[in-house]
Design a protein around this ligand. Sequence first.
Ligand SMILES: Nc1ncnc2c1ncn2[C@@H]1O[C@H](COP(=O)(O)OP(=O)(O)O)[C@@H](O)[C@H]1O
Ligand SMILES: [Mg+2]
Length: 287
Amino acid sequence: MKLEIQNVSKKYGKDKYGVRDYSLTVEKGILGLLGPNGAGKSTLLKMIATVSKPTNGVITLNGNDVAKNANYMRNQLGFLPQDFGVYPNLNAFEFLEYMAALKGVGGENLRPRIEGLLEGLNLMESANKPIGTYSGGMKQRIGIAQALLNDPKIVIFDEPTVGLDPEERVRFRNLISDLADECIVILSSHIVSDIDTIADEVAIMKNGNLLSKGNQSEVVELVKDKVFETTIPRESLSDFKANYLVVSTARKDGNLKVRYISDKPIENSTSNEANLEDAYLYITKTK
Ligand SMILES: Nc1ncnc2c1ncn2[C@@H]1O[C@H](COP(=O)(O)OP(=O)(O)O)[C@@H](O)[C@H]1O
Ligand SMILES: [Mg+2]
């Protein structure tokens, strides 16, 4: 499996770009697409999923232009859009059977497949209840299940962990790791902790541009030896922020413990080990 995004732009209106001259190659494994709200994640993912077409540039799957031959992509694709909606009156079985029919998936294996997915996503107990009665996390899990109905080879989840509680997130992670053994999985989020530890590769985007891409240690390398911790009086925080990139603060004995990024530490700082959160902040704030 090879997905190639070549100089792709999506223009909304005259001078407004959702994605701008974006190039990226993805092979087997999990790609985490990270970026703040408005970065262009959904715009990019919709073009890959053939829901919209690039204004410029080409997206290919195994060499096939997906704008010209959408079915080649669609036959192998599982997609959870960010704004995924369900039919509230259908129960889980009815909804997934309906989605399967739309995807042209059927046969005697369908029912066991649906049961397997509901089992894996911990939805079996409620499977006979109307989806309208489900919690946000349960609806999200139904969305994940429909994306996997056709045994896809490329799976795209746009902000899949929104609404999931911590336990559901763990389940989701496990499910994704199992999938990724043979597929391309692309997962978007604006929350670093959704992506770190699970993604093989990370692509950070902002303002429609790709800012950085690599495996996690390559991306973290960018802030190596730049992450420090120090303690400052609480009232100095705004001055401090004007001069240094602050990752986090915590109260400590009436003062503030500050984790910050800088080429050089100020006095009385200790060096901290860099992580993806630091790198994400550094890349999106300074580029
Ligand atoms: N249909 C649209 N028409 C006009 N502008 C849009 C449309 N969809 C998205 N945008 C704009 O494109 C940019 C990227 O949006 P989006 O792809 O939704 O970002 P993300 O998913 O990273 O939050 C934003 O500035 C957004 O306002
Ligand atoms: Mg989005």
